[in-house]
Design a protein around this ligand. Structure first.
Ligand code: PEP
Ligand code: MG
Length: 894
């Protein structure tokens, strides 16, 4: 027979799945012989059975009665007995904390008779009636479904008629009257009386807590926090103790260390003559916990002892709720406490020093998200007001600057030392100079893998994208949010970690952790704690970490941040700005010689870029990807051209020939779905000379670096391959040019040739493709796009919030790898690729390479490396180390 109820003395911390976090920890404290008011826990399994069947399991009522009998025996009192009633609290407690989302009912056991008994034994009539009215109110709304505002209104009316400022101004008779009003309300609303039977109160309270699991707000909360819907909650039934019995009573919360900084010590708040609920509700001002030493030195001393016991036992920061009832201390709850990122690193380092935990456990207790938060300057949260608008937090950090509406203005103002925020509907490659000049990029359209997002993240520039409340009027040089008009030059603050935009300059706090990664300087304890976690992670990890970098500066920075090579150099980024004209000339070339001339002009520029990157990464692999995007991305906007031509014609002048040629080309090359069109390897196969020029630039850069005494390790990568035949043809061309340059220079140039796996067909035929590829690199951006059929540039802003709300996925698959679908393709490709070619080197260079959860997946799948933007390199190093811990993610605290 399944058991649904456990006495506190029977449970333990290990049973958190069954008893919920609160129940398991109450049991653990009971086992530690701390003063826990006795009680029992009804399991999450009972809740699941109740939710599935719509009624409680048959045996539950009897089990509860048995455990109640034991409880009554220990207490020497009976539930609701008229002369000296035992009273109970009935509290929810799921596996994961869901603060305030589920129900609680206090003072169960009070009725018209036992309230008199409670008044006598407590010697406090007002207290007894106040407790009874709390029960009737909570029971009426939670269990019997009466609108809680009706109770609140009745309370307000009563206070008004008595001229009382708050409920302390009501006396026992007032409260007794209020109980009558409440009971009448319940009868009027439900046709039923408030139940006088304590056993019935208890039974119904337990079921009401179960039912609250599926309430609207609990559901919403779970979705946001990624808590599974099918866990159910446990219910803790516990002897009531009272902190509101006078000045020798009170309630408080306590932390064994400062949860903000991690500093050891006693932290918390205490409120005399109050119940726990009152401390949290903030109805009266609390005093710091240390003040309790004066008020009640004996209880304070005991509390300090218990806190030490708990921290040593849990080997972590604990948070605690306690009540003092007439000078007697009771421990009501503990759990491993939440903390800031800074505190997480500090506490991990200190507990390792104190030998409470091993260095591996220390590493398990910190994470990449926390590290990323510590790397960016932040707004001083206490000083910022209401946000002007919200968008997607695309590239974290905090930046302040004057709003500007085009790239040229951004560059112009930045050159004169002004800080600017580039505001666009969405960005294009043309905006790059402005993006580089800007402190932050703000767009009203586009998702987290939109151009603005990817480029900004790559550069470490703050970015909020897809802020749809914004109407961007570039021509009018302003944007509007509702009635607010923000003209060019107005200072705005952009929080890329939270996805928020503020009007005016919000104050910033600098990051010492970033300085550490840049310079190696261990300036204080906070940095020291981070450095130690990084060293441990580097010692453990099996995954190498490379960076996505397109410039020597990015490559050099990535190397300082610990990158072990470049995993993706997007060569098309080298065709922007001034050089776009050269690509334009190549596209427009009417004959062979014009094309060769245009390519010939690009060659030395590209070679110079490769030399710089290979130098910055000397001795380490640099994976250079051949051109990927559709060529028309390098042409001007067709509408602009058409307008220019029409204007010229309207003025009676002939339009510029260059413009008409360009417009022809734009129209000719137009594609309905460019991401599925002429791009990637397809370009190399149909545009003569383009790949040869790029490979020559790479090979000549290798020659030059070799001559300079360097050790260049270039690898050539072909994008968007779907069939081995494509790669075979492209590879032959690559080999031909490499041989040509080797021959000309007398220096043998060997570059491994590999491919991106970013189409489902490539993954499904990976065994064939591996015949021609010396390495694979998963392009998980495109692989996600093509597996889901989601346009990466459109869907996040368009409908992902609806998908998240409906629980279709818990996080965007562009952010965290979809293990079930895309991950399956990755696994197939790894298995079949390695089967065909055992020494196949495999990495990933999509955005997922810097995402903590995805890094764990890539580790488990046996990849050789992940590659991510330079600023994510430390995050990937840390997570790759955590993934390699004996127990993945370490021992997760409750
Ligand atoms: C990818 O598709 O994951 C990738 C790295 O290539 P890009 O983002 O340049 O398409
Ligand atoms: Mg791609």
């Amino acid at each position: 027979m399944v058991r649904y109820v456990y006495d506190f003395a029977e449970g333990s911390r290990e049973l958190a799945d069954l008893l919920g976090g609160k129940g398991a920890n109450l049991a653990e404290m009971t086992r530690l012989r701390l003063p826990v008011p006795p009680g029992f826990t009804v399991t999450t399994e009972a809740c699941r059975a109740f939710l599935a069947a719509g009624t409680a399991p048959d045996t539950l009522a009897d089990e509860i009665s048995e455990h109640l009998a034991t409880l009554e025996q220990t207490a020497g009192r009976q539930l609701g007995r008229p002369d000296d009633p035992l009273l109970l609290s009935v509290r929810s407690g799921g596996r994961f904390s869901m603060p305030g989302m589920l129900e609680t009912i206090l003072d169960v056991g009070l009725n018209d008779a036992s309230v008199i008994g409670l008044a006598k034994v407590s010697g406090n009539e007002r207290f007894a009636w106040d407790s009874y009215r709390r029960l009737v109110q909570m029971f009426g709304s939670t269990v019997m479904g009466v609108d809680s505002s009706l109770f609140e209104n009745a309370m307000t009316d009563l206070k008004r008629s008595r001229g009382a400022a708050n409920d302390l101004g009501l006396n026992a008779a007032d409260l007794a009257g209020l109980v009558r009003t409440y009971k009448d309300l319940i009868r009027g609303e439900t046709g039923e009386d408030f139940p006088q039977s304590p056993a019935e109160q208890l039974r119904r309270a337990v079921l009401a807590v179960f039912a609250s699991w599926t309430g609207e707000r609990a559901r919403l909360y779970r979705r946001r926090e990624h808590i599974p819907d099918d866990l159910g909650t446990a219910v803790n039934v516990q002897t009531m103790v009272f902190g509101n019995l006078g000045s020798d009573s009170g309630s408080g919360v306590a932390f064994t260390r400062d949860p903000a900084t991690g500093r050891p010590g006693l932290y918390g708040d205490y409120l005399a003559n109050a119940q726990g609920e009152d401390v949290v509700a903030g109805i009266r001002n609390t005093v710091p916990l240390t003040a309790l030493e004066e008020l009640d030195p004996v209880s304070f001393g005991q509390l300090r002892g218990h806190m030490e016991t708990l921290e040593t036992h849990y080997r972590d920061l604990c948070d605690i709720e306690f009540t003092i009832e007439r000078g007697r201390l009771w421990m009501l709850q503990t759990r491993v406490g939440k903390r800031t990122a800074e505190a997480a690193f500090a506490i991990a380092a200190e507990l390792v020093d104190e030998k409470l935990i091993t260095p591996d456990e220390g590493l398990a207790r910190v994470d990449g998200d926390g590290l990323a938060r510590l790397m960016f300057p932040r707004f001083d949260i206490s000083a910022v007001g209401e946000a002007l608008a919200h968008g997607l937090p695309a590239s974290p950090g905090a930046a302040v600057g004057a709003a500007v509406f085009d790239s040229a203005e951004a560059v112009r103002r930045a050159a004169s030392g002004e800080k600017v925020v580039l505001v666009r509907q969405e960005t294009t490659p043309d905006d790059l100079p402005g993006m580089i000049a800007a402190q932050a990029v703000l767009t009203s359209r586009g998702g987290k893998t939109s151009h603005a997002a990817v480029v900004a993240r790559g550069m470490g520039t703050v970015c909020v994208c897809g802020a749809e409340e914004l109407t961007v009027d570039s021509a009018g040089r302003r944007f509007t949010v509702g009635d607010t008009v923000v003209e060019e030059g107005t200072v705005v603050s952009v929080d890329g970690s939270e996805g928020a935009v503020y009007l005016g300059a919000a104050p910033l706090v600098d990051s010492v952790v970033m300085r550490y990664f840049e310079t190696g300087e261990r300036s204080d304890g906070r940095v020291e704690a981070v450095a130690r976690a990084m060293e441990r992670a580097d010692g453990l990890r099996r995954l190498e970490v490379r960076a996505n970098a397109d410039t020597p500066e990015d490559a050099a920075r990535a190397r300082r941040f610990g990158a072990q090579g470049v995993g993706l150099c997007r060569t098309e980024h080298m065709f922007l700005g001034e050089r776009r004209k050269l690509v334009e000339a190549m596209i427009l070339a009417g004959d062979e010689s014009a094309r060769e001339k245009a390519l010939g002009a690009l060659l030395p520029l590209q070679r110079q870029d490769f030399i710089g990157i290979l130098k910055a990464m000397d001795g380490l692999p640099v994976t250079i990807r051949l051109i990927d995007p559709p060529l028309h991305e390098f042409l001007p906007d067709g509408t602009d051209l058409a307008v220019r031509i029409a204007t010229a014609e309207a003025q009676g002048t002939a339009p510029a020939r260059h413009d008409t040629e360009l417009l022809d080309a734009v129209n000719r090359m137009h594609e309905e779905n460019p991401m599925l069109g002429l791009r990637g390897v397809r370009l190399g196969l149909v545009v003569p000379g383009l790949v040869a020029m790029q490979v020559r630039a790479i090979a000549e850069a290798v020659v030059e670096r070799t001559r300079a005494g360097g050790s260049p390790q270039a690898e050539i990568m072909v994008p968007l391959v779907g069939a081995v035949e494509e790669l075979r043809i492209e590879r032959a061309e690559v080999e031909r040019v490499l041989a040509e340059v080797s021959e000309e220079s007398g220096i043998p140039v060997h570059c491994p040739v590999g491919t991106m796996i970013e189409l489902p067909r490539a993954a499904l035929t990976a065994g064939r493709i591996a015949e021609e590829a010396e390495f694979f690199s998963f392009g998980t951006n495109d692989l996600t796009q093509t597996t889901w059929g989601f346009s990466r540039d459109d869907v996040e802003a368009a409908f992902f919030s609806a998908y998240l709300d409906k629980g279709i996925f818990a996080t965007s698959p562009f952010e965290t790898l979809d293990r079930e679908g895309v991950g399956r393709l990755v696994r197939i490709a790894v298995d079949e690729g390695r089967a065909a070619r055992p020494d196949l080197k495999i990495g990933v260079c999509g955005e997922h390479g810097g995402d903590p959860d995805s890094v764990h997946f890539f580790h488990a799948t046996g990849l050789d490396y992940v590659s991510c933007s330079p600023f994510r390199v430390p995050v990937a190093r840390l997570e790759a180390g955590r993934a390699a811990l004996p127990e993945p993610g370490g021992a997760a605290p409750p």
